[in-house]
Design a protein. Sequence first.
Length: 263
Amino acid sequence: MSRTVVVTGAASGIGRATAEQLEAAGDTVLRVDLREGDVTGDLGDPESVDRVAAEIAERTGGVLDGLVANAGVSVPGELSVKINYLGTVRLVEALRPLLAAAGSPRVSITSSAATLQASDPELVDLLLAGEAEAAIARGAALAAQGPATGYANYSSSKRAISRWVRRVAPTPEYAGAGIGINAVGPGQVRTGMTEDLLASEAGRQQAADAMPTPYNGIADAEHIAAVHVFLVSAANARMTGQVLFADGGFDALRRGDDIWQSV
Ligand SMILES: NC(=O)c1ccc[n+]([C@@H]2O[C@H](COP(=O)([O-])OP(=O)(O)OC[C@H]3O[C@@H](n4cnc5c(N)ncnc54)[C@H](O)[C@@H]3O)[C@@H](O)[C@H]2O)c1
């Protein structure tokens, strides 16, 4: 049965590949991006996020089967926090009623294997507490210390969104409404985001040192898209609250074999 799925960041990279694969499988896709697509808007700006959500509600008649919340940036400034966490959470929440109205609703978020890298605990806590202004100020303060420290804007935005997914997944608002919500954590992917970095031997070495990928090397966007396609399908009937690292083995290599605490 054809499903209607929203894909954000659909003009490029992982989002574009996901939209193409969903359409090839027969789904109807609403592409969202900054300047091109079915719905345009700046997902780093709260008012724009609300406008995008209202337009999606109008176009779908208030029923949405799937959402791939993928748009993001990897800059060492607070923009990473605004788009990757604040805008993503705002859009998912705004579309929750539309998802709850569908028969087998699913959300898949593009997080990152950067979830596992050093982040700023204060920034992560502010984000999870819903302290948007304080989080943006903290992100700006980190960025002011230079790009190495500023990178924590990216890793913290991804750690926070991964934790948010686990936090909301089992709640009445999501599990209780039948909404499965998971995240994908890519490692290195060849997209517009990494084009400059991966263009030179020095850049490729820097990437490999920061995030080794022993299994099949650097990914193409299509490899990550395939995981999103499954996660937003009706076939994904029991998995929720998971962060699936599609990272070429980085997680297994760095965290090892015993990551589960007893409950
Ligand atoms: N490329 C990688 O190595 C990698 C690794 C891990 C995670 N990711 C994540 O994958 C996601 C997709 O990135 P990509 O690699 O496909 O990069 P990309 O730059 O090719 O695509 C990102 C898309 O998001 C859109 N976008 C950016 N800011 C936006 C905004 N404010 N409002 C609306 N749309 C906006 C861009 O216009 C673009 O079309 C991001 O969340 C990124 O953090 C990428």
